[in-house]
Design a protein around this ligand. Sequence first.
Ligand SMILES: *Cc1c(COP(=O)(O)O)cnc(C)c1O
Length: 425
Amino acid sequence: MNGSSLVARDRAHLWHPYAPPVAPLLWPVVSAEGVRLKLADGRELIDGMSSWWCAIHGYNNPVLNAAIEEQAGRMAHVMFGGLTHEPAVTLAEKLAAITPTGLERVFLADSGSVSVEVALKLAIQYWRSRGESRSRFLTVRGGYHGDTFGAMSVCDPVTGMHTLFQGFLPRQLFAPRPPCRFGEPCGDVDFASMEALARRHADEIAAVILEPVVQGAGGMYFYSPEYLQRLRALCDELGLLLIFDEIATGFGRTGRLFASEWAGISPDILCLGKALTGGYMTLAATLTTREIAETIGNGEPGVFMHGPTFMGNPLACAVANASIDLLLGSPWQARIQAIEAGLEAGLAPCRELPGVAEVRVLGAIGVVEMEKPVVMEKLQPALVEAGVWVRPFGRLVYLMPPYIIDEESLAVLCKAVVRVLSGKA
Ligand SMILES: *Cc1c(COP(=O)(O)O)cnc(C)c1O
């Protein structure tokens, strides 16, 4: 297969994520198997990204392939308005059973960003149904919740480029990034700004939204679960809804099935996505409580005002069901622990390298934070030359491999990062 002509054809027509329209750096990939991506020129790269948190079981998994094929033979899609089907019902039951307690009502959306929009709309409609017009959201800096406008409005104002869309974005309330790190206690001072903002604006806030424990694309930052316990108590006291965005952290990535479990609390609304289908199809879910659902049902207009064309897509639901079964039937905790140890040992040498600000690991997430933004035009080709697929952004070079990665491949992955960052590659 001619890879360079494919790149030329791509560049003539396609956009890529957060990429310039002219000549983005691209590597044509022809297939993927296990933890390896195969490039058009025959090279194989060890995958350090899980295709952005998604491909937890690796690629070309026979069980997931079979789930899709079987469902495709029955029906690929039917509208969800007025119709229902086994894959969607089973998925809702599974999600209600495995997520933190109290979350029973499942909205199936087509992407993470849409599930965040749904979460925000649920919160607003909940208050409308109670006769209150609350439409502001409180969050923390450093967050990432997606690329649609509602989601963008609660992303970090700087990394989320709020100035670019000024005049169109709703203006939300931002507390500082939780200062208490993961593994540390969260004291009064760490929570003071959040508490003050919440109290001052309590009667206009529809909900507080954040990513529990791990902030992903906003900085790969790990913070104390105690912060979340305090926040849950404060929301209860003030009568505010709490939304957790576990689109990145869900399905085991942090070492717990859901990051909320580190704090032992439940949000009122929960967003899931990314690893939900094991990286096979785009699907997301917004879960909420019976009380919120019933309140919306009892209000005006008595229905929830959202309904994507591909809501509950049977193919996506079927592969999500297979992926969840595969995950829960696997020794995933032991695997994540082994990856955590491998990342810790493998990335430790980065601490000695010039230009490295910090190395941190939690679960199957390993982060090397640099002092300055990396030069992608140099770093990305060097990583590919070193035989790994790692996609840094900003000051962050990070690894979140598929859970099935073996010890040796993980060591190779880490060594490649160390070598490239030391400038020796
Ligand atoms: C990726 C991500 C989203 C957006 O999901 P998309 O499927 O890309 O729309 C939202 N929140 C978090 C925490 C994410 O990591």
